[in-house]
Write a protein that binds this ligand. Structure first.
Ligand SMILES: Nc1ncnc2c1ncn2[C@@H]1O[C@H](COP(=O)(O)OP(=O)(O)OP(=O)(O)O)[C@@H](O)[C@H]1O
Length: 127
């Protein structure tokens, strides 16, 4: 982070700067969110299984899409948590609970759907 960038609240002034900030967001979620790292690890494991089971191009596209959907859900869950924490400043609020639980429910839904699709794709290879 360069010094003039530290307290920026205006729009990014170039595509490169937008990309740098987006990359910083990815590094941040990787460093701070245990669940994101866990889902990434599962994704890598599933990709190794994909190599072992010699998935077709279409199967790879489906599996990568599922892994991506779970990781993206996890990132937006983190966004929701961060905004709720910002708004609540450490105080309890039922709407904060609702927002965080809904965001977590989104991650859970994406994970369940990814697991079902994974079972269908890999199950068809075993049977
Ligand atoms: N300010 C708040 N007001 C009311 N309930 C809250 C508040 N903050 C958190 N909670 C409740 O506590 C739970 C855990 O909140 P926390 O901020 O620790 O999420 P988290 O552990 O980071 O979530 P995750 O497990 O997805 O990483 C939330 O799902 C919500 O039910």
């Amino acid at each position: 982070m360069d010094s003039k960038d530290k307290r920026q609240i205006s729009k990014n002034h170039s595509y490169i700067q937008s990309f740098q900030h987006a990359l910083r967001g990815l590094v941040e979620v990787f460093k701070t969110e245990r669940n994101f790292r866990f889902h990434l690890l599962i994704g890598i494991f599933v990709m190794i299984l994909g190599i072992i089971f010699k998935l077709s191009v279409v199967e790879w596209a489906i599996i990568i899409g599922c892994i991506g959907a779970v990781l993206i859900a996890e990132i937006f869950n983190t966004v929701a948590e961060t905004l709720v924490n910002l708004a609540c400043e450490g105080k309890y609020h039922p709407l904060a609970k609702r927002a965080k639980d809904l965001a977590a429910g989104g991650v859970l839904t994406s994970g369940i759907i990814a697991a079902i699709i994974g079972l269908i794709v890999f199950g068809s290879k075993i049977i």
